[in-house]
Design a protein around this ligand. Structure first.
Ligand code: SF4
Length: 225
């Protein structure tokens, strides 16, 4: 392995793209402090994780956990969610942004899981994305966290971090996802989104990134800008 250069390549349009050695080093450094990162969304099984991810749109994980703690004491299966009903569910998730729409989606999703999937969460993208309220990002979280697949959910943190760190210049979540899937070495891909997400949540924050305490500062094209 060559020593990683601290000088980024200059890409078209002023975007500084890290080279493969530097990308490897990014994940070496991120993994050193947290070798097996996990989602901070609380759940009791694959179904409740799916519910939590649906609720997490435009919400912090802590905010979702506050609502789902009591909910998941009562509900752990699609059948129990259908028994609770849409109005009953709303009582538990009133603190969650967009809760009326999310409640409607979760009840419809639970109905489809019962009717089409035997009450279990399917492990393939097409089936997951056929569920009401489940888009590509949610499917990616479930495929990665529950089924251990190399999937790359791109949320607001990854969208911000990818260009800052010189990993992707794409403007859309799907573009960033495709770039990250292509450039991150296989050894790191399984946990890559968690490392990047946690780094964005706690260090490379939106307004004032904490560059002075960042383990990636020697590699980061944005450091000091
Ligand atoms: S050095 Fe600063 S801008 Fe670069 S990843 Fe670290 S916190 Fe973010």
């Amino acid at each position: 392995m060559k020593k990683a250069s601290s000088v980024p390549e200059n890409d078209d349009g002023g975007f500084h793209r890290l080279n493969p050695d530097e990308i490897h080093r990014v994940f070496e450094l991120l993994s050193a402090g947290n070798p097996a990162p996990e989602t901070e969304l609380e759940s009791t099984n694959a179904y409740t994780l799916l519910v939590a991810v649906v609720l997490s749109a435009q919400m912090t994980d802590k905010g979702v956990n506050r609502a789902t703690g009591p909910l998941f004491e009562r509900v752990s299966t699609p059948a129990q969610m259908l028994e609770l009903g849409e109005d009953g569910l709303k009582e538990y998730i009133k603190s969650v942004n967009l809760y009326p729409t999310k409640a409607r989606h979760i009840i419809a999703m639970s109905r489809m899981l019962e009717d089409n999937f035997g009450g279990t969460v399917p492990g393939d993208r097409a089936s997951l994305e056929s569920l009401p309220g489940v888009g590509r990002k949610t499917a990616n979280v479930v495929l990665n966290v529950v089924f251990g697949e190399a999937a790359m959910p791109v949320d607001t943190h990854l969208l911000r971090l990818a260009p800052r760190l010189g990993l992707s210049s794409a403007a859309t979540p799907r573009g960033v996802e495709d770039d990250l899937m292509r450039i991150i070495p296989a050894a790191w891909i399984r946990h890559a989104h968690h490392w990047l997400l946690l780094h964005g949540r706690y260090v490379c924050v939106a307004r004032k990134p904490k560059c002075a305490e960042c383990v990636l500062s020697v590699l980061c094209p944005r450091n000091g800008l």
